[in-house]
Design a protein around this ligand. Structure first.
Ligand code: SF4
Length: 391
């Protein structure tokens, strides 16, 4: 046994070191080396027919995307799930907060299933409800909570969305963050926004889209007393950014942009707004995953792109567009490790259990959280459509 096999065997079940279940899978998780996995997935999907609806996030592995009925970003997929009320089972190939949103937007008789419960999101985990409630108490102590509108990125847990719903706030996506912030600032006189949990999306939107200065933004660090901020800093700020980030998009640096421009003459740098402000400022184009896909699809043959988002998506775009030169912005690999936990063995395991009449790994949001999260989601749905041509 090599040393690298040991942690996998400790975490996993059985003896196949290439199969790493993450959390317990009742029954038998197929081995990653099983040559029949594709056939088994196909057979299970055929057996379930219209009773199952499989959603695949853009950052999922190809081996899983192959079985998705629809692909998209987290919000599109939640809406797609809501559009299939006849489907008894919704298998969400994505991460935990996405499955929660799908559960919120689907009917009570529909079961939303996450093939591996260990597929979480490090960014969503950076804002816990108790931490956000403590922050709100501190804003009340400083006397500014009544002018603060909380806005949370879709990439947050259901209880953070519910917190925003309860406190007059809304959810936003990377596609509509600008209109969501414009809405928030129009809610109150001298409004401030508490933006959760991604500081980069909040900062990039405030500065690039709303014309604020970096000095208008402060960062609330939940691990420091009073967020590490003075009452004066909080009173002066227009944007209070939660200290969270995406561990994938946070890897891209300004140096990556400089390097690729040197390596690939004429390259256009296209990045997601979860990247740091430095990276976004140096890029040519900035936008959501849907924007990135559409931009590449509409580009003329022969154009060169360096793309700063999750590697599964970039590789899929490169394969689909051999007429273009598509490269990854970073020189080293940059998969979302939690997204990648949904692999073919987990997919087969979940689907075969459904065929056998066992619902496994069901994601259920409690009714009170669901009620308030829906309020915040509805406020987002009521926002005017974003200006065409932007991200
Ligand atoms: S890519 Fe980033 S934001 Fe998306 S699931 Fe992974 S860690 Fe979370």
């Amino acid at each position: 046994m090599t040393t690298t096999e040991l942690p996998l065997l400790v975490l996993g079940r059985g003896t196949d070191s290439r199969s790493e279940p993450g959390v317990d899978c009742p029954g038998s998780l197929p081995a990653a080396s099983d040559p029949d996995l594709v056939a088994r997935a196909r057979a299970a999907k055929e057996a379930l027919g219209d009773r199952v609806f499989v959603l695949g996030h853009h950052y999922q592995r190809d081996e899983v995307i192959e079985f998705a009925d629809v692909t998209g970003d987290s919000f599109k997929l939640a809406r797609d799930a809501a559009g299939r009320p006849d489907a008894e089972y919704v298998v969400f190939c994505g991460v935990h907060f996405m499955a929660e949103s799908a559960d919120i937007l689907t009917g009570p008789d529909q079961a939303v299933i996450l093939p591996d419960l260990a597929a979480g999101c490090s960014m969503a985990d950076m804002a816990g409800l108790a931490q956000v409630e403590d922050a709100w108490d501190a804003l009340e102590d400083v006397g500014i909570a009544s002018s603060v509108v909380p806005v949370t990125y879709m990439n947050s847990s259901a209880d953070i969305k519910a917190f925003c719903g309860k406190h007059g706030g809304a959810v936003c996506t990377s596609s509509n963050a600008q209109v969501a912030l414009e809405w928030a600032y129009a809610q109150k006189k001298d409004a401030k926004v508490l933006f959760l949990p991604d500081q980069h999306l909040g900062r990039n939107t405030a500065v690039r889209e709303l014309g604020m200065s970096l000095d208008d933004c402060v960062v609330w660090n939940p691990h420091k007393p009073n967020g590490g901020l003075t009452p004066g800093q909080l009173r002066d700020a227009r944007m209070i950014l939660w200290k969270g980030h995406c561990s994938v998009h946070g890897r891209f640096t300004a140096q990556c942009v400089d390097d690729v421009r040197e390596r690939v003459p004429g390259v256009q740098v296209l990045v997601h707004p979860e990247c740091t402000h430095e990276v976004v400022t140096k890029a040519d184009l900035v936008g959501s995953t849907e924007f990135i896909i559409k931009t590449v699809e509409a580009a003329p043959p022969g154009s060169s792109w360096a793309i700063g988002t999750e590697l599964n998506l970039v590789q899929r775009l490169a394969n689909a567009h051999p007429e273009q030169h598509i490269t990854f912005l970073d020189k080293t690999v940059c998969y979302c490790s939690t997204m990648n936990r949904i692999d073919l063995p987990h997919f087969v395991w979940a689907m075969e259990n459904l065929v056998a009449g066992h619902v496994v790994n069901r994601i259920e949001v409690d009714p009170e959280t669901e009620r308030w999260a829906k309020v915040a989601l509805q406020r987002m749905l009521d926002l005017p459509a974003r200006t065409a041509g932007k991200d």
